[in-house]
Design a protein around this ligand. Structure first.
Ligand code: GUN
Ligand code: ZN
Length: 436
């Protein structure tokens, strides 16, 4: 059995913080340690106490004065869009048609998919993200590359071969049958292997015919435990066109509902412009609205009413994500900074404890994985991020005047990025410091 003792300041959430002063929502240990055995957290708490439980010759790694947290989780991104980031477009459909679809066509090439997969996981780890839910391209080879690389790195990843059979270039189209068959092949080849989770992934209603939506429904019925991921109500023009394509549906959300695609394991990217009826439907189904702040600002899609969706009588489950490559940063710190600003524009407050809860335990709960990731609880896998709130001269200077944990977290969120990530551990193994 390989064991190690990782020392530093520990922060982990027990539930969503209700306010800045809700100290019962988290556990903070000023001189703390994690005892990691075979990739799992075997003990956590006060350093002296945890050291007492360890063998006398245990390997000790001292990260003081840095903060050790559960690794960040990103609930929506696109693996084939690394080379789409920073594409100059007026809005979503123009961005998709001008840049994104063409770029994704390249993933028919196995070598290209494998090369980008290497870079994709390097970037996640550089930014402290240990789990993500991502869309691959329509090509099965892209899902193979995505999951093979996840296994190599021992990471817990959600992903799916995108199903899309219309309204895109020929090189990016499957058929209802191919979408069904190849998704089944991806499930057979990868689901449950290592820490891989396959998601049924109809891209969005614009790019799937009713026949393909039906195929997605069949998959969802055959594999009820699988995640389903798609996009919902991101942009007004998109919503109008979608409703034209499915005139029988009451609204955009109703399209997915009619095909049995709403449930607790459904992740709906964006979901910005929902009616009250749609928010009720998501709440009743327990589906997750995944907020992608940097993308929503970059594409001018709109201001996601996160706080008002969360405090409804029928609350909507919310997660947070980068949406690479509509999003503009791999960093969950940058992402929460933009989320904060969006709530400011809506006259709402997002406090730093809520932000750090969202990128760790909150996103783990959205994936129903909080028993394995997203906390520093004993029994969880030791997927960790080590954070330094003074990695740059400007942050170091600001740290001189900081006196409390929430102030430090807020600085990390407001000015931090990959430079604030000192180390990233996957199942107890240091992964960032060994990157090329
Ligand atoms: N809607 C359908 N596909 C996409 C995509 O790749 N990115 C974003 N932001 N929205 C989408
Ligand atoms: Zn997306």
């Amino acid at each position: 059995m390989t064991t190690k003792l990782i020392r530093g300041r520990l922060l982990s959430f027990k539930r969503a913080p209700l306010s800045m002063t809700d100290s019962a929502s988290y556990v903070y240990e000023h001189d703390g340690a994690l005892l990691v055995a075979d990739g799992k957290i075997a003990a956590a708490g006060d350093y002296a106490k945890v050291k007492g439980e360890a063998a006398t010759d245990v390997e000790e790694i001292d990260h003081r004065p840095h903060l050790i947290m559960p690794g960040f989780i990103d609930c929506h991104m696109h693996f084939p869009q690394m080379q789409v980031i920073a594409s100059y477009a007026g809005s979503l459909l123009e961005w998709l048609n001008t840049y994104t679809f063409h770029e994704e066509c390249r993933f028919v090439e196995t070598d290209h998919a494998a090369r980008i997969a290497t870079h994709f996981y390097d970037e996640l780890l550089r930014h402290g993200t240990t789990t993500a839910a991502a869309y691959c391209s329509v090509h099965k080879a892209s899902a193979d590359a995505y999951f093979a690389e996840a296994m190599k790195r021992g990471m817990c990843m959600v992903g799916g071969k995108v199903m899309m059979d219309r309204n895109a270039p020929q090189g990016l189209l499957d058929t209802p049958e191919m979408g069904y068959d190849e998704t089944r092949q991806v499930i057979g080849d990868w689901h449950g292997k290592g820490r891989n989770h396959v998601a049924i992934t109809p891209r969005f209603a614009i790019t799937s015919t009713p026949a393909q939506m039906k195929a997605a429904q069949t998959l969802a019925e055959e594999f009820p435990d699988l995640f389903i991921q798609t996009h919902l109500s991101e942009n007004h023009e998109e919503i109008r066109y979608t409703c034209e394509l499915f005139p029988e549906a009451t609204d955009y959300t109703d399209i997915y509902d009619r095909y049995g695609l709403l449930g607790r394991k459904t992740l709906l990217g964006h979901a910005i412009h929902l009616s009250e009826r749609e928010a009720d439907a998501l709440s009743e189904a327990g589906s997750v609205a995944v907020h992608c702040p940097t993308s929503n600002l970059f594409l001018g899609s709109g201001l996601f009413p996160m706080k008002s969706l969360m405090r409804r009588d029928k609350p909507v489950r919310v997660a947070i994500a980068t949406d690479i490559g509509g999003g503009s940063s791999y960093s969950m710190l940058r992402t929460l900074d933009e989320a904060y600003k969006i709530q400011q524009l809506l006259g709402e407050r997002l406090n730093p404890f809520e932000s750090f809860y969202l990128m760790t335990r909150g996103n783990a709960e959205a994936l129903s994985m909080e028993n394995d990731i997203g906390t520093l609880d004993v029994g969880s896998t030791a997927d960790l991020v080590v954070l330094d709130a003074a990695p740059t001269p400007a942050m170091k200077l600001r740290m001189e005047t900081i006196q409390s944990l929430p102030e430090e977290l807020f600085l990390l969120q407001t000015m931090g990025d990959d430079r604030a990530v000192v180390e990233t551990y996957v199942a107890g193994e240091a992964m960032k410091s060994v990157l090329a």
